[in-house]
Design a protein around this ligand. Structure first.
Ligand SMILES: Nc1ncnc2c1ncn2[C@@H]1O[C@H](COP(=O)(O)OP(=O)(O)O)[C@@H](O)[C@H]1O
Ligand SMILES: [Mg+2]
Length: 373
C-alpha cells in the first residue's frame, strides 16, 4: 500500500503561507505529476511528503498510515533531484551500492541488485567510472538507479530532467514512463514543463500560487480546464482568453459582448456569470465564408502579427481590438495566403467555446438539469 493522501496540508515559513489547505489523493501504482510555474510550491510539497520539510498544518498519510512526524528514512520514499547528488569520489557501482551497504545488506545481494539495476537503466558498461566521467544523461540514470535499488514504496522526482538537452529529455521521459509501467510503482513527479506533464502523467495536479487549481487526466485537463489559469497554462500556445463586457441570454443560449463591442454566441449553464470566454487556437479557423455549425468569432478589426512555423504545425498570431489571439493554421501557410480574398472571418465551433466567471472558474457549457421538486 503506497497511495498518498493529503488532508488540508499547509505550509508556512514564519508568517508567510506558501501552501494552502491542500487536499489531494495520489493513487497507488500510478504516475502523478505536480505541474505549475516556478515558485508555486511544488518542491515544498514534495519535500514535505519525503519528510525533508516539516508540515505546518493538516495530515499526511502514506499507505493509509499518518506520517506527519515519521522520519524521512522511515517513510519508504526515494527522491531524485534535478542536481543528481551523486558521490563524486565513488564509482557508479559504489554510488548504486551505497544505500544497500548503509542498510546492511549482504555483499552478494548487493552485487546482484547493482547489476540488475544497471542492466535495466543501461549503465552496466560504466560501473567502474566516476560520475565526472559520465554525460548528463548517464549521471541522471545513476541517480535514478540509486533510488530504484532500494525498492521504495514511493518515488519522488523533482524536475529530474531540467538539466538535460531537449533530445535526451524526451528519451529519459520515455524511460521513466517505461520504468513506472514495469515496476507498477507509485511515482510523484514535479515539473514546470506542461509537455512533460502531459506525456508522463496518469494524473496531473496543476498548482498555482500554493493552491491546487485542478486534478485530472491529461486530456481532461486539456479539454476542460477548471480555471482561466489552467486554460492558459496548458497547451502551447495556451487557450485564447478574452474578457466579456456584457451578456444577453435566452435560457442557456447567450450572446456575449466582448470589450470591443463585438458579439459572440455561447452556450453556458450560467450565462449571467460569464466574464470571459476561451478557445483553443486549434479550434479556430479562417474562412471568408460561414462555416457549418460554427459561429463567427467576431473580434472586430484585426492585424496579423506573424506566423510561427513549427514544421508540423503553424500558429498565426493576430492582434484584435478585443485582445491578442492565436489561430492554428496549416504548416507552411503564409501571411498573404491567410488574408487572400479580402474579407476574412474567424470561425469557431460553438462547443469549443468555454466560459469563465469573475473568479476565473470555468462555468459548465452543459445546460443545468433542473432540481427535482
Ligand atoms: N526555506 C524557505 N524559506 C522561506 N520561503 C521559502 C523557503 N523555501 C521555499 N520558500 C518559498 O516557498 C514558495 C514555493 O517554493 P518552491 O516549493 O521551491 O516552488 P517550486 O518548486 O514550485 O518552484 C516560494 O515562494 C519560495 O520562495
Ligand atoms: Mg522546485
Amino acid at each position: 500500500m503506497s497511495g498518498i493522501s493529503l488532508h488540508k496540508v499547509g505550509k508556512s515559513y514564519g508568517s508567510v503561507e506558501v501552501l494552502h489547505d491542500i487536499d489531494l489523493e495520489i493513487p497507488e501504482g500510478q504516475m502523478t505529476v505536480l505541474l505549475g510555474p516556478s515558485g508555486c510550491g511544488k518542491s515544498t510539497l514534495l519535500r514535505m511528503i519525503a519528510g525533508l520539510e516539516p508540515i505546518t498544518r493538516g495530515k499526511l498519510l502514506i499507505g493509509g498510515r499518518e506520517v506527519n512526524t515519521v522520519a524521512a528514512k522511515e517513510r519508504g520514499c526515494a527522491m531524485v533531484f534535478q542536481s543528481y547528488a551523486l558521490y563524486p569520489h565513488l564509482t557508479v557501482y559504489k554510488n548504486l551500492a551505497f544505500p544497500l551497504t548503509m542498510a546492511g545488506e549482504k555483499p552478494e545481494a548487493i552485487r546482484q541488485k547493482v547489476n540488475a539495476t544497471a542492466e535495466m537503466l543501461q549503465i552496466a558498461p560504466y560501473l567502474d567510472r566516476l560520475p565526472r566521467d559520465l554525460s548528463g544523461g548517464q549521471r541522471q540514470r545513476v541517480a535514478m538507479g540509486r533510488a530504484i535499488i532500494r525498492e521504495p514504496n514511493v518515488y519522488l522526482f523533482d524536475e529530474p530532467l531540467s538539466n538535460l538537452d531537449a533530445a535526451l529529455r524526451v528519451k529519459m521521459r520515455l524511460e521513466i514512463a517505461r520504468l513506472q509501467r514495469e515496476l507498477q510503482a507509485t511515482m510523484l513527479f514535479v515539473t514546470h514543463d506542461q509537455v512533460e506533464a502531459m506525456t508522463l502523467a496518469h494524473q496531473i495536479v496543476v498548482m498555482n500560487d500554493g493552491y491546487v487549481e485542478q486534478v485530472g487526466a491529461p486530456l481532461d485537463i486539456y479539454r476542460q480546464p477548471a480555471s482561466r489559469f489552467v486554460a492558459t497554462f496548458i497547451g502551447s500556445p495556451g487557450m485564447n482568453v478574452l474578457d466579456v463586457e456584457a451578456v444577453r441570454h435566452d435560457g442557456s443560449a447567450a450572446q456575449v459582448t466582448l470589450q470591443n463591442g463585438c458579439l459572440l454566441a455561447v452556450e453556458s449553464s450560467d450565462p449571467l456569470l460569464v466574464k470571459a470566454i476561451a478557445v483553443r487556437p486549434e479550434a479556430l479557423s479562417f474562412s471568408p465564408d460561414p462555416m457549418k455549425q460554427c459561429v463567427e468569432f467576431a473580434v472586430g478589426d484585426f492585424t496579423i502579427l506573424g506566423i510561427e512555423q513549427l514544421g508540423d504545425r503553424a500558429f498565426c498570431y493576430i492582434s484584435t481590438t478585443a485582445g491578442e489571439i492565436a489561430v492554428a493554421v496549416d504548416s507552411g501557410v503564409s501571411v498573404d495566403s491567410v488574408t487572400d480574398g479580402g474579407k476574412l472571418g474567424i470561425w469557431v465551433h460553438r462547443d469549443d467555446l468555454l466560459t469563465f466567471d469573475a473568479g476565473g472558474r470555468a462555468i459548465s457549457n452543459m445546460q443545468k438539469v433542473a432540481e427535482p421538486a
